[in-house]
Design a protein around this ligand. Structure first.
Ligand SMILES: N[C@@H](CS(=O)O)C(=O)O
Ligand SMILES: [Fe+2]
Length: 228
């Protein structure tokens, strides 16, 4: 059996000796991709992710399948869904013992993110409601003058309800948009490891700046100056 996408949390490949290769194979057999469980609700998905991420490597295909197998039910996530009229919101659902984050993102009509990286984390994204447009970009390259230039688009994907996509910095950069003028969008994000800063890029100049990342709510309660 092939070991699929064996990576550390920081995205580098694992260099493994034969003995531990054997152990990992055994574990991979247990994580048989033909036989990924179907979480009965969001709480069940959160518990299964906790079990999976108790190991020190990430099987990307397995996590994608597990997230696909959960079928969105608003009853499960309504308590976390909070909107801001000015910007998409990031709402913390689970802190995964500090090893990863599970977030609910709420995209009001026409809201979107700027082009960004994911600080060497794995990023899994599932659409729970509405429809989101993901545009992937190449990392900007410097020209002969040492200047970055217009960002190069790689591809566009529409993420529909219950679909899951995955990105990391070696795949590239992206931006996500709710292009609808009449319907909000909701996505579930898993970041491993968690991060508190990322790089945002100007589409026309390719210039990067560091962006601090914050939560709009945690465990269903809006973050205030006193509890962030
Ligand atoms: N990665 C972004 C959301 S998205 O545009 O993928 C964030 O965590 O805010
Ligand atoms: Fe992102």
């Amino acid at each position: 059996m092939e070991i699929a996408n064996l990576q550390r949390y920081d995205g580098t490949r694992v260099d493994i000796s034969d003995t531990i290769r054997e152990q990992i194979k055994n574990h991979e057999m247990k994580l048989n991709l033909e036989n990924v469980p179907v979480p009965k609700d969001l709480k069940d998905l959160v518990e299964q992710l906790r079990e999976i991420f108790s190991h020190d490597y990430v099987n990307v295909d397995y996590v994608v399948k597990l997230m696909e197998n959960y079928k969105s039910n608003a009853k499960d996530w309504r308590q976390y869904a909070k909107y801001d009229p000015h910007k998409y919101t990031r709402n913390l659902i689970d802190e995964g013992n500090g090893k990863y984050n599970i977030l609910l993102l709420c995209w009001a009509e026409s809201q979107g993110s700027s082009i960004h990286d994911h600080s060497n984390a794995h990023c899994f994204m599932k659409c729970l409601d509405g429809e989101l447009l993901e545009t992937k970009y190449e990392w900007p390259e410097k020209n002969e003058d040492g200047q970055e230039s217009e960002m190069k688009e790689k591809c566009k994907t529409i993420l529909k309800k219950n679909e899951v996509c995955y990105i990391n910095d070696s795949i590239g950069l992206h931006r996500v948009e709710n292009t609808s003028h009449s319907k909000p969008g909701i996505t579930l994000h898993v970041y491993i490891p968690p991060y508190s800063e990322c790089k945002g890029f100007d589409q026309h100049t390719g210039k990067a700046r560091t962006c601090k990342i914050s939560f709009y709510s945690k465990y269903g309660s809006k973050v205030t100056e006193n509890n962030n």
